[in-house]
Design a protein around this ligand. Sequence first.
Ligand code: MN
Ligand code: MN
Length: 459
Amino acid sequence: MSELAYKRTNVYEVADEKLMKEIFDYAEGYKTFIDAGKTERETCAYVQDQAEKMGYKPFEFGQTLKAGDKVYYNNRGKNIYLLRIGTADVAKEGIRILASHIDSPRVDLKQVPLYETEGIAFGKTHYYGGIRKYQWATIPLALHGVVAKKDGSVINVKIGEGENDPVFYISDLLPHLAAKQNAKPLGEAIGGEDLNIWFGNIPYTSAKDDKDKTVKENLLKILNEKYGMDEADFLSAELSLVPAYNAKDIGFDRGLIGAYGHDDRVCSYPAYTALFDANSDKHTVMVVLADKEEIGSEGTTGMQCAIFTDLIDEIARSFGVSSALVRSKSKCLSADVNAGFDPNYPEVLEKLNSSYVSCGACVTKFTGARGKSGSSDADAEFIGYLRKLFDDNGVIWQTGELGKVDVGGGGTVAKYIAKMNIDTIDMGVAVISMHAPYEVISKADLYEEYLAFKAFIVG
Ligand code: MN
Ligand code: MN
């Protein structure tokens, strides 16, 4: 191939011993991180803890920031901002922003979840984000979340992760009796109201009243003993069912990692570790770990919340400059995953423009669907800037589009940030089986993403 032609680079094909060691060592920290936080709340708490260890202090609105300050803002326990104030003039250099999300598709309990039928107690659910429902049946599920009591106390719930913990379950038909279900389209085989959680089947036989000798009553008794809660407390609870298994290396050579919620924690981890490790105090850097991306970035903890620009306003005010000016000079990598090319399903992915596992960090110019609709479509000039930055820093990277034209599509937080007059592009890691209970990524891509973020922060 001539020097004029473009070709992707497979990281594992070119990595020397030193790089291979760095890739594999970095992956271990990531596996610890992804197992420690399976919900936005848990990830938020974990990252706050890591930030405090690195000297970050809580930020309060009204506080004046100065060069060298390292602060965090924990928004309602579900969305966290890390800010490091640099020595460069924010009116000239703006802010370097890395934005990823820490919510992942899952199955949430409804507010009145409990019922009993035929001697079995179940929990009703409403799924969160885009899931393929059949994938969530017959796998072990753990219950994570909070119960907010009337007295203002909040109970943390996490059942199913300990070695001796029970897990929860969504049933499916046995093949012997599934002929009719098998004939349905895959997306209709299991309906939204069929995702009922198996909660128990031992009745409360020692109840005084015969009508209380039920499985549901026994369940309420257990919940009351363990958490001091009653059935009405579910009304003010956020409880989620997530896969009850942890990250593992995939394959004989261990080059890949399987885990729940790579989308988008595989970008969150490199974002905040790049901030901690970047060897420069020049630029002001903001790392956003957002909630609610999977349901449209809405609400107080989603990327569309004004808190994002409010924090930029606070930085601008601290230096007596206009927030509009700071935003106009800022740059953002919307750190989110891309659909990696899966040779088992080539019909939905276009070979030239897909991202490939182990071919490095993936830049996605536009997302959207049907004619790029709903995408912020980054400027060529901004990609030109990043090309030089990444190439000069030896980052192995590629580009990727989410599937063939008109097959489907998707979106990220990029458009909400771009709307604020900030140059923004999506950059992330190729994921196989995105939104499945167990997704797959490459250790090499995770590490190249980290190198790319470091270069972006320093450059
Ligand atoms: Mn995502
Ligand atoms: Mn997603």
